[in-house]
Structures are given as structure tokens and as C-alpha cells.
Design a protein around this ligand. Structure first.
Ligand code: RP5
Length: 173
């Protein structure tokens, strides 16, 4: 992925995905994949709170003006990206801690989950599962005012439950 906007499904953007580095895309693509699966239009962009703070602020401003309904922010290390995005908008910000080289993402998780009172971010699990769940959570939020999306989400849950029910454990050898 280049550091340019990657559009998802058709229609006006409803969810903006932002990540601190193009290297975060490997994890953040899992949020994008969920949004794509549910037909939710999104944009994804690599922008850093510390390397490109002004560009980040511009991006948030543009997204808000364009009608985006929530942000998903992924970052690693001293991960202040989600907090900075949340400081710039009252829209919900879902934070995904990216696994880091030295601390495995615990640093990212604590940086996000320990936001001081007043500027909340909703923090998900470290890595791929957290990114996918952030995508699903964004779908659930949008589904509050979108019956069609709500029924797709219910169908997804049913398929998921059916898949669990269909599996049998292997016989002991
Ligand atoms: C953070 O620093 C990014 O979110 C990334 O997870 C981490 C390392 O960035 P790179 O050196 O891989 O670009 O800003």
C-alpha cells in the first residue's frame, strides 16, 4: 500500500481508517476487509501523529466535513495516533494497537487504553483480531441507523455460529 488514500466500497466514505505507518497496513487491512465485506465505504490512509501532524489534522478535518461517521486508528509503540485523532473530532475513534518490535504491542495497547479522562478512544485487542473487531464494531455502530446493515450483521453472526456448530473434534488416535 502506498501512502495514498485507498478507497473501499462505493458511495460516500462512512469510516476513515488511519495508521501511523504503511507498515501497519498488514494489520489494519483486517479492519478494511470487514468493512468491505459489509459493503461499507471507507478510506484508508497512512499518516503519523508525530511525523506528519499537520497532514493528519487536515485529513481528520476533511473526513469530518465529508460526513465520515467514525475513525479507526492503528499505531504501534508510543501510540498516540488515536488520541490525537480523538482530540480533533467528537466522532467515535476506535483504536487498534499494532504489534511492536520490542514489546509485542503491549506498549501500543497501554498507550491507547490509558487515555486520560475527557478524550476517550475505544481500544481493541492487539493485532489482526483487534483490527477485524474494530471493523465489525464500526459496522455495529453504523447499523444502529441502517436496517439493511443490521440484518447483514445478524446474518454474519448466524453464519459464524453455524460454522462452530458444524465442526466436530477429531477422534483420538
Ligand atoms: C508508529 O511507529 C507506527 O504506527 C508504527 O507501528 C511504528 C513503527 O513505524 P515504522 O518505523 O514501521 O514506519 O508510528
Amino acid at each position: 500500500m502506498s501512502n495514498t488514500t485507498a478507497a473501499g466500497n462505493k458511495g460516500p466514505t462512512r469510516v476513515a481508517i488511519v495508521m501511523g505507518s504503511t507498515n501497519d497496513w498488514e494489520v489494519m487491512q483486517h479492519a478494511a476487509r470487514q468493512l468491505k465485506e459489509f459493503g461499507v465505504a471507507f478510506e484508508a490512509r497512512a499518516l503519523s501523529a508525530h511525523r506528519t501532524p499537520h497532514l493528519l489534522a487536515e485529513f481528520v478535518e476533511q473526513q469530518v466535513a465529508g460526513g465520515t461517521q467514525c475513525f479507526i486508528a492503528g499505531a504501534g509503540g508510543a501510540a498516540h495516533l488515536a488520541g490525537v485523532v480523538a482530540a480533533l473530532t467528537t466522532l467515535p475513534v476506535l483504536a487498534v494497537p499494532i504489534p511492536s518490535k520490542h514489546l509485542g504491542g503491549l506498549d501500543s495497547l497501554l498507550s491507547m487504553v490509558q487515555m486520560p479522562k475527557g478524550i476517550p478512544v475505544a481500544t481493541f485487542a492487539i493485532g489482526d483480531g483487534g483490527a477485524a473487531n474494530a471493523g465489525l464494531f464500526a459496522v455495529a455502530m453504523l447499523a444502529l441507523a441502517d436496517r439493511e446493515l443490521a440484518s447483514r450483521l445478524q446474518a454474519f453472526r448466524t453464519r459464524q455460529a453455524d460454522a462452530v456448530k458444524a465442526v466436530t473434534l477429531p477422534e483420538l488416535s
